[in-house]
Design a binder for this molecule. Sequence first.
Ligand code: SIN
Length: 274
Amino acid sequence: MTFRDIEVRPVTPIIGAEIGGIDLSRPLTNRQTREIHDALMAHQVLFFRDQEVTLDQLKGFGRLFGDLHLHPHAKSPDAHPEILRIHADENSVQIAGDRWHSDVSCDAEPPMGSVLHLHTVPPVGGDTLFASMYAAYDALSDRMKACLEGMTAIHDGGPAYRERDRRVGADESRVYPRAEHPVIRTHPVTGRKAIFVNPVFTVEIVGVPKVESEGLLRLLHEHNAQPHWQCRFRWQKNSVAFWDNRCTQHIAMWDYYPQVRSGHRVTIGGDRPI
Ligand code: SIN
């Protein structure tokens, strides 16, 4: 794939690319937008450096790729319900995203992508790891692929979000989304297959005994978390990451306590997985 209006530097052969030659605070041309989308389809997660963007500019960038998604458990700044604040400091008892997951996979139509901008980073630490669920699928044996084909799983926001509510003393009686999705999904743009279960939201595989469901999920979570299909992003002030939730999972490291790490995320709506 060749790019004319952006620079694309892969960070591993499997997943991740740094994007240069672009200023996200300025309106993008149709060609720049198309090339960013093409790069995302090819590399699954994109990293941008030195992007000083306002909340409106972050939302505007997200909207180039779809309608913005409203998070069911969000802490949003006033007047910006589409923004999810990502923040940790010396008073934090938890952080967002500290277990492998694909964002809000409990929604009936889980988000296609997320764009995170960090304006404050710790001196060291606070990296985010991303894993390619295409590569994880490709590495399964043909027998395991055949076994998983056609299976579905329940993704439930309740357990994870209520546990977070409990830890901060918030109302634990809220109702969160719950949905049934294929265990192996086909990406609507690339046509590639990806494993679509994660330890935060996936609670059971449908139609098999509990012991098989638990065993299969444990196996898949362990398989998905192998380093062979990961990249690790070291944030700097004003870095931006844009990831495709349909074919990746990510995990945020909280190794910097009591330092501050802070920024904002927009999440882009998606389709019902097939
Ligand atoms: C998330 O969106 O899951 C948080 C990612 C991060 O803070 O690096």
